[in-house]
Design a protein around this ligand. Structure first.
Ligand SMILES: O=C(C[C@@H]1CCCCN1)Cn1cnc2cc(Cl)c(F)cc2c1=O
Ligand SMILES: [Mg+2]
Length: 569
């Protein structure tokens, strides 16, 4: 391929709307261009990367017994109404009407489509298990699409759906997918961790996320170095520390005047009460009901855990006006004592003694509050965010926290969709039973961005060899120099014979620009042909990820390059 013919419009300056590294670099290196918010065009270099990622994913899905299909993007509303999800995903779903004014969705996911498809033509246990997958665009109208390909409104996903006769069969399919995903991310040379994850609204009771470790990751995980426990903080279990031996005796409840004091920190400064001896009272709407969540002063409420405890559909923070109607106090003066709401306290709070909280009256707080005597909670549950330093729920070693980019998410769905969509089969005894399902996603376009996020450096992208758009770039220092171009093309022909994906930078640009662009687009190996190399019959070979340059005799370049690529693969 000639660089002079390749469409890769590089940019010198960083586009202002790009906040994270992968977004900046994919734009600057001419891989993507924004069509509209959260919607991108993939230019030739990106397309080459995406195809390699898809091929690795396909190979492993096929190896695990998956059969590739192509499902419709246009989905009839009837299916979503039948599964009860048409209302649930109102805002996030892209919707359209056809000429007959009928409702459709642009597919955000395909449980309804695939279950209906399988229900129509699979009726016997003999046809199960069945693993069908596709690699296709998905559409989700994110409120705030950002970070380029990491949170788009149109993105490429591989989604596989498994259909089994029972839970045991599902466990086998799930394990096959779990292993296939590990092979995929290992082959992609990504640093990742598998973590327990919340299943969210999709249903089912077990799911794992595959997280590429990156500071810019939107997700936060906690993991143990001593055992292989790892969890998205949405899901991470917070076990109770052993109760402290020193049992404080209960002190008298006291109401103190605290003019203008609102925050936890205010009380630390004003009353010298540490955060660990205070509680936070947060007011939420659980569907229509106002409830209170209480965690220790230095902790954060985990809304996913809280929502799971309440078992409600919608959970969102109450605004201050609703709170003021309740107890004429603002956010900074709330507490459970005398609060006319169901209060749910975190496990940790159940062990606290003589703590401080708002008195539900502005400028007043209670101290020496004790559970049972001063208030009775409606529930005592694990509802706080896990943090680094918590003890591992499996082996009690201290947990570490990290940020991650979710590139894969696999779920045990059970019979949620097969029941509601009547996808049944006849078992050996002729009994009609609902199929037991799993669903397994990989963000293909997000994985490309995650690879950039994880291994870029100050000069640009550094592609892992298995997904690089080209393996070698040959840079003649001066494209006007006949000899140098001659040497470049003969080397190109040689590499082509060896099956090496090579690009020659034959553009009429200064050498410095060519070197900068070679680094920016992230090609793993660069061969430089300059005036000296012709006299001395040798060329410079440089790995993208190394600083040093190696001089290699012209007649040994092919074998040396093949060896270096082998080392990098
Ligand atoms: O998609 C899943 C679960 C798995 C993920 C892997 C592949 C198969 N599906 C969860 N989810 C996420 N966002 C959604 C957005 C909209 Cl607008 C929707 F209508 C439905 C969903 C939805 O169901
Ligand atoms: Mg997910």
């Amino acid at each position: 391929m000639k660089a002079s013919e390749l469409f890769f419009p590089t940019l010198r300056e960083v586009p202002s709307e790009a906040e994270v590294l992968s977004h900046q670099l994919l734009l600057r290196a001419g891989f993507i261009r924004k069509a509209t918010a959260g919607v991108y065009s993939y230019l030739p270099l990106a397309n080459r990367v995406l195809k390699k990622i898809m091929n690795i994913v396909r190979e492993e899905m096929d190896r695990a017994g998956g059969q590739e299909v192509i499902l419709p993007i246009i989905q009839p509303a009837e299916l979503w109404k039948k599964s009860g999800r048409w209302e649930v995903y109102g805002d996030e779903m892209f919707r359209l009407k056809d000429r007959h004014n009928r409702d459709f969705a642009l597919g955000p996911t395909h449980e309804e489509i695939i279950t209906t498809l399988v229900d129509a033509d699979v009726h016997s246990y003999r046809h199960l298990p069945l693993l069908l997958y596709q690699i296709q665009n998905k559409y989700r109208d994110e409120i705030r699409p950002r970070f380029g390909l990491m949170r788009g409104r149109e993105f490429i996903m591989k989604d596989l759906y498994s259909f089994d006769i029972d839970e045991e069969g599902l466990d086998i399919s799930y394990h096959k997918m779990y292993e296939a995903y590990n092979r995929i991310f290992q082959r992609l040379k990504l640093q990742y961790r598998v973590v327990e994850a919340d299943s969210g609204a999709i249903g089912g009771n077990e799911s794992h996320e595959f997280m590429v470790l990156a500071e810019n990751g939107e997700a936060e995980i906690v993991y143990c170095k001593n055992c292989d426990y790892g969890a998205n903080t949405e899901k991470a279990v917070c076990s109770l520390e052993e109760p402290k031996v020193t049992e404080e005796e209960q002190l008298e409840l006291e109401k103190v005047h605290t003019p203008g004091q609102r925050t936890i920190q205010d009380l630390v400064d004003y009353m010298n009460i540490p955060k660990e001896k205070q509680i936070k009272t947060l007011i939420y709407y659980a569907d229509e009901e106002l409830v209170a969540a209480i965690v220790r002063g230095d902790r954060e409420l985990n809304e996913i855990k809280f929502k799971n405890v309440l078992g409600c559909n919608q959970l969102f923070m109450a605004d201050e006006t609703a709170v003021k109607q309740l107890c004429s106090a603002g956010f900074g003066s709330l507490g459970p004592v005398g609060l006319p709401l169901k209060t749910y306290i975190d496990l940790e709070v159940s062990q606290m003694k003589n703590f401080a909280c708002g008195a539900n009256e502005d400028d007043y707080h209670f101290i020496n509050v004790n559970l049972g005597r001063d208030f009775t909670p409606a529930g005592i549950n694990d509802i706080r965010n896990a943090v680094a330093g918590d003890s591992c729920p499996v082996c009690s070693a201290p947990l570490y926290s990290m940020r991650g980019i979710e590139v894969g998410h696999i779920f045990k769905l059970g019979t949620k969709y097969s029941e509601v969509l009547e996808a049944n089969y006849l078992d050996q005894k002729g009994q009609e039973k609902p199929m037991v399902m799993g669903c397994y996603g990989i963000g293909i376009s997000r994985t490309m961005a995650a690879a950039v996020e994880q291994s870029a450096d100050e000069n640009g992208i550094v592609w892992p060899l298995p997904i690089t758009p080209f393996e070698v770039i040959i840079v003649p220092v001066n494209s006007k120099n006949e000899e140098q171009m001659q040497a470049a093309w003969s080397l190109y022909e040689e590499f082509k014979q060896e099956g090496l994906e090579t690009i020659v930078d034959d553009r009429d640009e200064r050498a410095g620009v060519k070197f900068k662009d070679a680094d920016l687009i992230g090609i793993p190996l660069r061969i430089t042909i300059g005036p000296r190399s012709l006299q001395e019959k040798q060329v410079e070979v440089k790995k993208r990820s190394d600083k040093d340059i190696e001089l290699v005799p012209l007649d040994a370049v092919s074998s040396r390059v093949k060896l270096m690529l082998k080392e990098m693969s």
